[in-house]
Design a protein around this ligand. Structure first.
Ligand code: ADP
Ligand code: MG
Length: 246
């Protein structure tokens, strides 16, 4: 579903991704771990076409991005990749002046140009999927953080993505609201969604991930099944990271 080869990304000459080779199969749940500044968000943003690559390539479901291709083809492929991947951010990024349903159907109307009735039917179904069928008309300010994040997940799901990218989806939530978001993510995992998740929720990583990818300093340092990674990390850097978590 996703394959990156020697993916690099620099900001003003500073290389923050230093040759990432990552493969994600359909239906896999990958948890991406690593210290702050190791490049996790940048990697997700590259995968979603929010950052241009400095080198190497990305392929998502057969659609390619590299630095050699003509701008026209690249722009077209970036659009395709954005349409086929959904991103969920730490700060939910909902439109404050739109209801829950309004947020979920916005891209269906604007990007997919569906008729309103069709978009509303999909939007209702997606909000039901995240347990918010009772909140269709609620504005974000009237929703808890956990509910807002579930609206954001419903919004991503509405576009029928091939893959969902989560960047610390529970880090901005009060502790008592984390569980309801993780429950929705776990349900999506069970349904076979392909997911790449940056999170500090180690219990989620251990129990839901098929594979843990550990990054440090712009590189993938270690990749393993969660029980192997947590109980027998192979590298000193991973051991240090895990020890700090306590
Ligand atoms: P993580 O998500 O693992 O904490 P990031 O991907 O956010 O790491 O950042 C990796 C490195 O890239 C950091 O050193 C950060 O300062 C730098 N960085 C990220 N985005 C930008 C940007 N837009 N401009 C300059 N530097 C950036
Ligand atoms: Mg980050």
């Amino acid at each position: 579903m996703i394959k990156t080869e020697k993916l690099t990304k620099s900001f003003q000459g500073a290389e923050v991704l230093k040759g990432i080779n990552l493969q994600v199969d359909a239906g896999e749940i990958i948890v991406l771990l690593g210290p702050s500044g190791s490049g996790k968000s940048t990697l997700l943003r590259c995968l979603n076409g929010l950052e241009t690559l400095s080198g190497g390539s990305i392929e998502m479901n057969g659609v390619r991005l590299d630095t050699q291709m003509k701008p026209r083809e690249r722009n077209q492929n970036v659009r395709t990749i954005r349409r086929h991947s959904g991103m969920v951010f730490q700060q939910f990024n909902l439109y404050p002046h739109k209801t829950a349903l309004g947020n979920v159907i916005e891209s269906l109307l604007v990007v997919k140009k569906l008729p309103r009735s069709e978009a509303v039917a999909i939007g209702k179904k997606m909000l039901e999927r995240v347990g918010l069928e009772g909140k269709l008309d609620a504005y974000p300010s009237r929703l808890s953080g956990g509910q807002q994040q579930r609206v954001a997940i419903a919004r991503a799901l509405a576009m029928e993505p091939d893959v969902l990218l989560f960047d610390e989806p529970t880090s901005a939530l009060d502790p008592e609201l984390v569980g309801e978001v993780l429950d929705v993510m776990q349900q999506l995992a069970r349904e076979g969604m392909t997911m790449l998740v940056v999170t500090h929720e180690m219990a989620f990583a251990r129990h839901v991930a098929n594979r843990v990818v550990f990054m440090d300093d712009g590189q993938i340092v270690e990749e393993a099944a969660p029980e192997v990674f947590f109980d027998h990390p192979a590298t000193e850097r991973a051991r240090r990271f895990l020890n700090k978590l306590g």
